[in-house]
Design a protein around this ligand. Sequence first.
Ligand SMILES: [Zn+2]
Length: 350
Amino acid sequence: MDVERVADDVGNPGRLVHIERPEDWAACSECGVISTSVRQRRTTRPRDLPYGQETLGVRWHKRQFACKEVLCARKAFTESIAEIPPRARVTGRLCRAVARQVASGRSVAAVSREYTVGWPLVHRHFAACADALLIEPEAPRVLGIDETRRGRPKWIKSEVIGRWARTELFEINFVDLSGSGALLGQAAGRTGKAVVDWLNARGEDWRSQVRFVAIDPAACYRTVIRQALPHATIVVDHFHLVALANKALTGVRQRVTREHRGRRGRATDPEWANRRRLLRGRERLSERTFTRMWNDLIDHEPTGQILTAWVAKEELRALLACAREQAPRSVSLTGCFGSCRGAPIPASAS
Ligand SMILES: [Zn+2]
């Protein structure tokens, strides 16, 4: 950076630094051909670090050159220096300083207030510094892939079609399920492409070490994972299996109410009053609560379908617990499928 002159900032206690490039030429940013033909001059005022107690104003006197190369699509270009890249409104020095401050443990908001620069700018420069320091996570034997929604859904009116549309931001999380359960990485969106891009960025050797991939059964990732990790076995994680069992149980409860009462559930219906207890794990119900729920349903639901669905859900949970403790599978599978098969519930309805 060539400082042309330093002057007192008229009307301010601080100093003013004028910057100019000494060369009378610049290379075109598009084609690299050198030009000496100045078209116009502009002065910008990028923000900089303070000088001790005083403020330091920067005036960057930059020139726009004409590109004389006939094959170049760009007719004009503006010169830049490493400390003040094109369109930058702060100096590189200030960016590095705010990133160091956040890295030392201060919050992004506090640093952005102190230096009176925007929160996104501080965060962006800190993230860029942190990315350079991050080490590549080791490949897990069991990789978990799941999505989470960021924030609340927003309704945005489309200018083109004039309709309101619900927009949601999703993030895909990659977790080590065989080791510490650590978060290995995140990708924006909820598409198969985002999953493949993240996996491809890890490299061939990393991917070859993954033996199992646990996913949400409703997700659209199965096809892309088969292609990206052809040697890995795809499994459904326990959380989502139990979520499906709970959904089926709720479906049975609602159907039974419709069939027997000819309407939707109400607070006075015992099965509706117990709707949340039915979804809770057996071990999380006290003996008193469990007995009340059980007797309510025995007394007021003559078909026994809701309790049967509840038993099937609990047996599925017990089976999954066995898998975690590596108990003999045949015993527990027989119990679970036995109660599902003998249930007086039409398969399509449950
Ligand atoms: Zn050019």
